[in-house]
Design a binder for this molecule. Structure first.
Ligand code: NAD
Length: 437
């Protein structure tokens, strides 16, 4: 056994800051309140329902993760957030149409008092949206100051001990890394000069990190995935993580593709298409926002299947992803996959998937886990990119010299081994030869 890392106790209240109070954020908030009232169990949440095996298999030690490592209690969480619309969380949840109105009525008093603060927003970055609840300032640095004021006020008003930010706002237009993103100094100068390479999501991330608050990015936007903000995170001793919650079709891809590779089954093509009718679907109907999402979704198979390592199996596979905005379905997405594979002697086979999923139902427990694990990371003194949380993301952030790990099972092993490491428990390698000595 190694030595246990010093972990600050999660006593006191934990504030959750949510830029974007749309479908995902409101499903998360209302869901936590429903769980607190015993109206449902927190299905899908590793921190609440997951277990961890400790020691040898013969020891028969399996604990619930939340009993193994100290995490904040749901009762200690306080929510706050920004949106370009003025709807409170109850109204926004009704509009999103994810949760039934009967359930929402039962948590109405708790969630209707959460009213969005004015947002930092520009239609230049999200073409399909416009709203009135937005801040006005002279430059992007001033906007960041205003967000920091909101964060400080939220902390004081609610007597919070710690906070975590999870970006749940819309997908912005596709942006490439710009030289102003290279250093914190150039980034801050660019903010003051209103440089177009500084997107609103980056202003939130800057404000959060400058306030000493961890930042996780649920959208595929570039946001904290730039050296300047990593530098700020290091300087302020704050964890960062991203990008893009891993739900729906990509979750399925990262479950199935490792299985095909494990059995050396080849791939000729993978065609994925979706119909989706919520506001996220509408935003993604804009080609520039879709491009951001597409990049995030496409990289997954390349990294899992490693065509350069297995050229005979995966060198030229064709991968296509489509998202079609189709209002009648609302948040209840339907995703179809056609997978053309080949086996022994090159004989072709096909797999068809029809996933009738609920996007925000899959995303909400991810937000909860990220809040609790990012807070844990902060209490352990872990700063910068938290690669052990790749489990939750479509495009996991990692050190510049690494490639991202997309395989869901490797990601889970990495996450649980990190928890074992923090608690001074033996890491699990699955070797197991000792049982046969
Ligand atoms: N639901 C999923 O399964 C899933 C999976 C991966 C990623 N995501 C991402 O999560 C994000 C949220 O998804 P959703 O379904 O809740 O979308 P949504 O459209 O319902 O909610 C987004 C909210 O953000 C607000 N917003 C936009 N720009 C803002 C800004 N600059 N400041 C403050 N608020 C702003 C919008 O007004 C809207 O209310 C999207 O970027 C989406 O791509 C969702």
């Amino acid at each position: 056994m190694s030595e246990k890392i010093k972990i600050k106790s999660p006593s006191g209240k934990l504030g959750v800051l949510l830029p974007g109070l749309g479908a995902v954020a409101t499903t998360f908030i209302a869901g936590v309140e429903a769980v607190k009232k015993g109206l449902s169990k927190p299905f899908g949440s590793l921190t609440q329902m997951g277990t961890i095996r400790l020691g040898k298999r013969t020891d028969k030690r399996v604990e619930k993760i939340k009993d193994f490592i100290e995490l904040s209690e749901l009762n200690d969480i306080v929510f706050g957030g920004w949106d370009i619309f003025t709807d409170n969380v109850y109204q926004a949840a009704l509009n999103a149409g994810v949760l039934h109105s009967e359930l929402l009525a039962k948590v109405k008093p708790e969630i209707e008092r959460i009213k969005p603060w004015k947002a930092v927003f520009s239609q230049q970055y999200v073409k399909k949206l416009s709203g009135e609840n937005v801040k006005k300032a002279g430059n992007k640095h001033e906007y960041a100051q205003m967000l920091q004021d909101d964060i400080l006020k939220f902390k004081e008003d609610n007597k919070l001990d710690r906070m975590v930010t999870v970006w749940c706002a819309s997908t912005e237009i596709f942006m490439k890394r710009d030289p102003v993103h290279d250093k914190l100094e150039s980034f801050e100068k660019a903010m003051k000069e209103n440089h177009p390479a500084i997107a609103p999501s980056m202003i939130y991330a800057y404000a959060s990190l400058s306030s000493g608050v961890p930042f996780a990015n649920g959208a595929p936007n570039l946001t904290v995935d730039i050296p300047a903000l990593n530098e700020l995170a290091q300087e302020k001793n704050v964890p960062i993580a991203g990008k893009d919650f891993k739900t729906g079709q990509t979750l399925m891809k990262t479950i199935i593709a490792p299985g095909l590779k494990a059995r050396l089954i080849g791939l000729n093509g993978w065609f994925s298409t979706n119909i989706l009718g919520n506001r996220d679907g509408e935003v993604l109907d804009d080609p520039e926002s879709f491009k951001t999402k597409e990049e995030s979704k496409l990289s997954v198979l390349e990294h899992i299947l490693q065509p350069h390592v297995y050229p005979d199996l995966y060198k030229n596979f064709f991968h296509k992803v489509r998202i079609n905005y189709y209002p009648p379905r609302g948040d209840n997405k339907e995703g179809w996959d056609n997978i053309d594979i080949f086996g022994w002697l090159g004989y072709p086979m096909q797999i068809k998937i029809d996933f009738l999923c609920r996007d925000s139902i899959l995303a909400a427990p991810i937000v909860l886990d990220l809040v609790l694990f990012m807070d844990l990371a902060q209490r352990c003194g872990m700063k910068g990119i938290q690669e052990w949380l790749s489990f939750y993301f479509k495009s996991p952030m990692c050190a510049p010299e690494l490639y991202p790990e997309h395989d869901l099972f490797i990601q889970l092993m990495k996450l649980k081994n990190t928890l074992r490491y923090l608690m001074g428990e033996e890491l699990i390698t699955h070797l197991g030869l000792e049982y046969y000595d």
